[in-house]
Design a protein around this ligand. Structure first.
Ligand SMILES: [Zn+2]
Length: 198
């Protein structure tokens, strides 16, 4: 799993495979050419020289999908409580803090409400840079709430999945999320709204 690999890297190693978010220029990790960041964003994070696909953060994904990049975020403050007081090479609490600092998110998913091609829509995008996009209680709860909102407000739902699997640091609780989420999208049938999985 992604997190096991991550645990073996020294904590100080530079995040070489990450798209630089500061500055005007970005180096392509495939062709090593220097790209103008604005061009790269206009091409949906595909290298303008070689076509290499950069990893797309969840925020960029929502901005790309919603009309004019405008959306309202839901459930932003939901955060894990570390139910098992888990520790491997370092504590789960430390991992969460580090991931929050790197991504600006409290967990590995963002839910946004806005317009897609003019139609009110809810989109939930997962963030791989947050503990490998793994699904613990918070991601499960955010997705379930997004589905509930869609049913209540009769809105279509788009989920952009990008996950390293279950969040092992939350043990059985993370496994329970699958059971919680799996039957939920079918309920959109009742309000005759689509669920689109990307
Ligand atoms: Zn390139």
């Amino acid at each position: 799993m992604a997190e096991t690999r991550k645990a073996k890297t020294p904590p100080e190693s530079p995040p070489a495979k990450r798209v630089q978010t500061e500055g005007l220029w970005v180096k392509c990790e495939n062709c090593k050419q220097i790209l103008w960041k604005k061009d790269l964003l206009a091409k949906a994070l595909c290298c303008t020289k070689c076509g290499f696909h950069f990893k797309m953060p969840a925020k960029a994904r929502l901005e790309m999908l919603f009309d004019d990049g405008q959306y309202r975020e839901h459930d932003r403050s939901l955060a894990s409580t570390d139910p098992l007081d888990f520790r491997d090479t370092k504590s789960y609490q430390e991992r969460l803090k580090k991931a929050e600092k790197e991504t600006g998110l409290k967990d590995a998913a963002i839910t946004g409400e806005g317009r897609l091609a003019g139609k009110p829509t809810i989109i939930c995008a997962m963030e791989f840079h947050f503990v490998g996009g793994s699904m613990g209680a918070v991601v499960g709860e955010k997705i379930t709430r997004a589905i509930d909102r869609c049913i209540e407000q009769k809105l279509p739902l788009v989920i952009v999945s990008c996950s390293g699997g279950a969040r092992m640091m939350e043990g059985a609780i993370s496994l329970m999320q699958m059971a919680k989420i799996s039957p939920a999208p079918a309920r959109l049938d009742e309000v005759r709204k689509p669920y689109i999985s990307c």
